[in-house]
Design a protein around this ligand. Structure first.
Ligand code: GLU
Length: 405
């Protein structure tokens, strides 16, 4: 059998081959691209990459570099220090606007003014900055990325607007180092060459708490990924962030070369490429592909998981008694134990009267438990014991780490 996933991706591409939109013309080199290209790739948690369409097509990463350089800046300086330089609020302005908050900070790191600021923070040592950006983004991709020198030079020649943004931030004392050099590094990071598979792996690294699913390298800590994905969710799709949230519903970033990268935490990384852009600067067909994938595969973050109401597999007294004749009440839990499921389980446990019954909690049908679920269940066991119950935890898969049996 062949897995149907790549066939499904092909179907999605077939259904999304619209012809509207325009390729970005303001960077001369980008205007030369073949507008008909269309490609998609998905990367799973175990590093499997499925792709369809023009998956070999290479393009410059452009603004999709921004969340990764933000991650590097957070790793270098810590969240609090980075927040002093650049905020996390959606701007409601075009990507290249002078968009400062009342404190004089760029509003977020996904618009140019904020991204140029985070580029300045990517390394404490300005001489190491480009090296760090290059090696950092390559580690996210799991291979050494190259710069498209002609796109780099082409954009550098028309960089007066980005230069003016950098000088504006410098004037507010939020940009580190020399604005001209920072903009050169920013333009260079935008000219790194990727394909949709790279984007899917880079996205999956963010969605996998910072660990590259192919190389196994921990590129940045999990807490940084949470911060980056949050900012992508609210600010990643230019002015269309609200539409994106309601129609697609996973954190994403787009770039003017026509690429979109989506990351659903714990599940999947997505890369899409098609050069024609809508009026917001997002790839027309890329947005459509993401809408379809989200609907078909249930990827919208606000689509509630079903597990919470089904946490209890069974509850009842077993025929067993101990030597004093006390009965055994057995509770079998199932599925994934996060806050809501554990809360429901604890409520069931709370109904048990304070008597001499032995309580057996069977976790063998539990498929996953997060740290909150663990804490809650351990606390429930502790309280049952305080009430005088003997509590046995059947935990063959060591969900609770073997401490409570
Ligand atoms: N290098 C581009 C610029 O600064 C990136 C913009 C984008 O992809 O949104 O104009």
């Amino acid at each position: 059998m062949h897995t149907p996933v790549p066939d499904h991706l092909l179907d999605v591409l077939d259904q999304c081959s619209l012809d509207d939109g325009e390729v970005a013309g303001y960077i001369p080199e980008l205007a030369r691209v073949d507008p008909a290209q269309l490609a998609v790739a998905l990367c799973t948690l175990d590093g499997t990459v499925h792709s369809a369409g023009d998956a070999e097509a290479r393009f410059t990463i452009q603004s999709i570099s921004k969340p990764f350089v933000y991650a590097l800046a957070l790793a270098e300086h810590g969240t609090a220090a980075v927040l002093e330089h650049v905020g996390v609020e959606p701007s409601g302005n075009a990507f290249n606007e002078i968009s400062l908050d009342p404190l004089g900070r760029p509003r977020n790191p996904m618009i140019n003014i904020g991204a140029i600021t985070t580029t300045s923070l990517a390394s404490i040592d300005p001489d190491q900055r480009w090296q760090r950006i290059h090696s950092g983004l390559s580690a996210f991709a799991g291979r050494e990325l190259e710069v498209d020198e002609s796109v780099y030079r082409s954009e550098l020649e028309i960089s007066s607007r980005n230069m003016s943004l950098a000088y504006m931030v410098k004037a507010h004392d939020r940009l580190e180092g020399d604005p001209d050099r920072v903009v050169a590094d920013y333009v260079r990071q935008c000219a790194l060459v990727v394909d949709v598979r790279d984007l899917a792996v880079m996205a999956m690294t963010l969605a996998n708490q910072g660990r590259n699913p192919i190389t196994g390298e921990e590129v940045v800590p999990a807490a940084i990924c949470r911060q980056v994905l949050s900012v992508m969710m609210t600010c990643g799709m230019y002015d269309a962030a609200g539409d994106w949230m309601s129609n697609v519903g996973f954190p994403a970033k787009s770039g003017v070369s026509g690429c979109i990268m989506g990351a659903l935490p714990g599940q999947v990384g997505i890369g899409v490429f098609s050069p024609r852009l809508d009026r917001f600067g997002n790839s027309v067909r890329g947005v459509r592909v993401c809408e379809r994938l989200s609907a078909d595969m249930g990827l919208h973050l606000m689509q509630a998981p079903e597990a919470a109401s089904h946490v209890l597999h069974s509850l009842g007294d077993t025929p067993e008694t101990d030597k004093d004749g006390d009965g055994v009440r057995q509770m079998q839990l199932q599925g994934s134990l996060h806050f809501a499921a554990s809360e429901a389980a604890l409520r069931e446990l709370a109904r048990i009267p304070e008597d001499d019954t032995i309580i057996e909690i069977d976790l063998d049908r539990v498929t996953a438990i997060n740290s909150v679920g663990k804490r809650m269940l351990r606390e429930g066991v502790r309280r049952l014991r305080l009430d005088g119950h003997e509590v046995r935890v059947l935990d063959g898969q060591q969900h609770l780490g073997g401490q409570d049996q």
